[in-house]
Every structure is written in structure tokens, then in C-alpha cells.
Design a protein around this ligand. Structure first.
Ligand code: MG
Length: 109
């Protein structure tokens, strides 16, 4: 089967694509904790990519950190993957959590 993401994908489409991609490439689909570790690594790479372009520091010349766009994509891939491993529909989870958040009182510090 050809790996293809349709135009204007929904979150469910992205989750399906990631599930198929991981099968095709033989990536981890069972170890949830390991997947969370990889997700955390990608979050770190995203932070490094943002920092690289900020006034707050520099990054080593041998770094393999990509640009912010690439690292955001990596984070999204792992987010979809972790959701898939837990049979969670990300859109439904997002909507449910936002309904809860709307009931909260947000204080500005
Ligand atoms: Mg990355």
C-alpha cells in the first residue's frame, strides 16, 4: 500500500497515516514507555531549535537539530503515535479537555 496523506487531513487522518507509516517502516508500535521517551527527545529538539533562533544562546556546530518546522512535525508524529498506542482519538480528546478547560478559572500572575 502506498503511504500517502490526503490534502487537508483531519487529526484522525494524521493518526491513521502515522499508524501506517510505523507499520511500513517497522518502527515501535507496542512499547508505550519507549515511545514517550522518543516523544520527550523530540520535544527537547524542538526547544533547541527554538533556542537556536533566539537571543538566548547558541548550539554546537555538530548538532543535528532541525528547524522549528521539522521539529514540530516530529513532535506531532510522536503525539499521534502515543495516541494510537492508547486507542485515543486525539480530536475527541482535545474537544473533551477543552470543554473541561472552559469551566476553569484562569488567573493571570
Ligand atoms: Mg527531531
Amino acid at each position: 500500500m502506498t503511504l500517502e496523506l490526503k490534502p487537508l487531513p483531519t487529526l484522525a487522518d494524521l493518526q491513521k497515516y502515522v499508524a501506517q507509516m510505523k507499520q511500513e517502516r517497522g518502527f515501535n508500535t507496542t512499547d508505550k514507555f519507549y515511545e514517550c521517551c522518543l516523544f520527550a527527545e523530540e520535544c527537547g529538539e524542538l526547544i533547541s531549535a527554538v533556542r537556536k533562533n533566539s537571543k538566548h544562546g547558541s548550539i554546537g556546530s555538530g548538532s543535528t537539530i532541525g528547524n522549528v518546522s521539522e521539529e514540530l512535525a516530529d513532535v506531532l508524529i510522536y503525539l499521534c503515535s502515543i495516541a494510537n498506542m492508547h486507542n485515543i482519538d486525539l480530536e475527541a480528546a482535545f474537544r473533551a479537555k477543552e470543554e473541561k478547560n472552559k469551566q476553569r478559572i484562569w488567573k493571570r500572575l
